[in-house]
Design a protein around this ligand. Structure first.
Ligand code: SF4
Length: 372
């Protein structure tokens, strides 16, 4: 009898084509490129000068499983706060600089793990040379970020006829400049708010060189529509092996960006160390508050690392089947929730399902990680 494909298992990973082999850089202790897992990034919604608010967001992002963070540095008040932010952040911090190369130089000296600049607005080759010298002094990479909204003036007419080519030309020109001043500790990002232009521009760049690429759809939009737009575009890139680190840019709470990014990477099988949650939409038959349990569970386990599948199901109709297919799951019944692990019915849970489920999940993740 033909073996049945297990949803979320190895068969679903076959859509991933060969991974593009890239150079490796480090943001602090997080490797990017070189075959390492696609890392998950986000950015504070506040400027660095709002130190406490930035650190609060960073703590929430770290708890959600974010691995690299970025913060806007726009003037001296931000520079003054940057050292403390870098010291207190659990994740490597990248300083995001526009227009003023001196801020990039100062940020490098404040302990950031990386810089992000845009070649179209940082002030020409001599300014870039100063920034690369500062980055070299402390051994940090620079992300060269090309965005459709801030393209160099000489590429605007090309952008009007072939936007993907114009974005690629901007990135290729920046790469040529960086190599001419012998700075190669680089990550590139080429972002458009149009999902397909985004794909085409990154394809062109990926075919041209072996530098690591940060992928994302810029200004994707509010949470739901922005998530859909990002998932569409990033899926096309990831299945082609393009992308070494990523950000799902959404308006609103940045934790949503991590929820979408982890769901995408685990669903595609690009990351096999992220727990995956499935839950039913609920209907009039449900015996559980699936929305509350699955929502709380998602927030709790996002930062855990262990490739298990978890099911939260409302009733006896599809519940037992899905819970058995998962590594661990619960299905509602009139008398409580039945716990399933490794395809077998184990026991009836009553009362605080979430706490019990988390204990079982942690045991299972520990076992999975111990098995290696
Ligand atoms: S599993 Fe049960 S409660 Fe959930 S959607 Fe299906 S029928 Fe409704």
């Amino acid at each position: 009898m033909k073996k049945r494909a297990k949803p979320g298992g190895k068969y679903s990973n076959k859509i991933i084509q060969k991974k593009r082999i890239t150079r490796k850089v480090y943001y602090g202790n997080v490797p990017v490129g070189g075959g390492y897992p696609v890392s998950i990034q986000s950015m504070s919604t506040r400027a660095a000068c709002e130190k406490d608010a930035v650190l609060k967001e960073f703590n929430e992002l770290a708890s959600a499983g974010c691995e690299i963070v970025r913060v806007a540095v726009k003037d001296q008040s931000d520079i003054e706060a940057l050292g403390d932010i870098c010291k207190q952040s659990a994740m490597p911090v990248i300083a995001d600089i526009h227009f003023d190369s001196r801020l990039a130089v100062q940020s490098a000296r404040k302990g950031v793990a990386g810089l992000r600049i845009n070649p179209g607005n940082i002030g020409g080759k001599n300014k870039v040379r100063e920034v690369t010298a500062a980055a070299n002094d402390v051994g940090i990479p620079i992300r060269v970020g090309v965005n459709s909204g801030s393209l160099e003036k000489n590429l605007i007419s090309l952008y009007n006829t072939d936007p993907a080519r114009a974005l690629f030309e901007s990135a290729a020109g920046a790469l040529e400049m960086m190599e001419s001043i012998r700075f190669t500790n680089l990550v590139f990002s080429i972002k458009s708010s149009d999902p397909m232009i985004n794909v085409e521009a990154n394809r062109l760049f990926a075919a041209d060189n072996d530098y690591p690429i940060h992928i994302g759809v810029t200004e994707a939009g509010p949470v739901l529509s922005g998530a859909a737009r990002s998932v569409f575009s990033l899926t096309l890139l990831l299945v082609e092996g393009i992308g070494d680190t990523m950000r799902v840019s959404l308006s609103g709470d940045p934790v949503n960006e991590i929820i979408v990014a982890t769901a995408l990477l685990s669903s595609l099988g690009v990351r096999d160390d992220i727990p995956k949650i499935i839950s039913c939409p609920t209907c009039g038959r449900s015996h559980l508050d699936v929305l509350e349990i699955a929502g709380a569970l998602e927030r709790e386990i996002l930062s855990r690392r262990g490739g298990i599948k978890i099911a939260v199901m409302g009733c006896e109709v599809n519940g037992p089947g899905e819970a058995k297919e998962a590594d661990i799951g619960i299905a509602g019944t009139p008398g409580g929730a039945v716990l399933f692990t490794n395809g077998k019915k184990r026991r009836m849970l009553r009362g605080d399902y979430l706490t019990t489920l988390l204990v079982e999940i942690d045991k299972m993740i520990a076992d999975v990680n111990a098995e290696g």
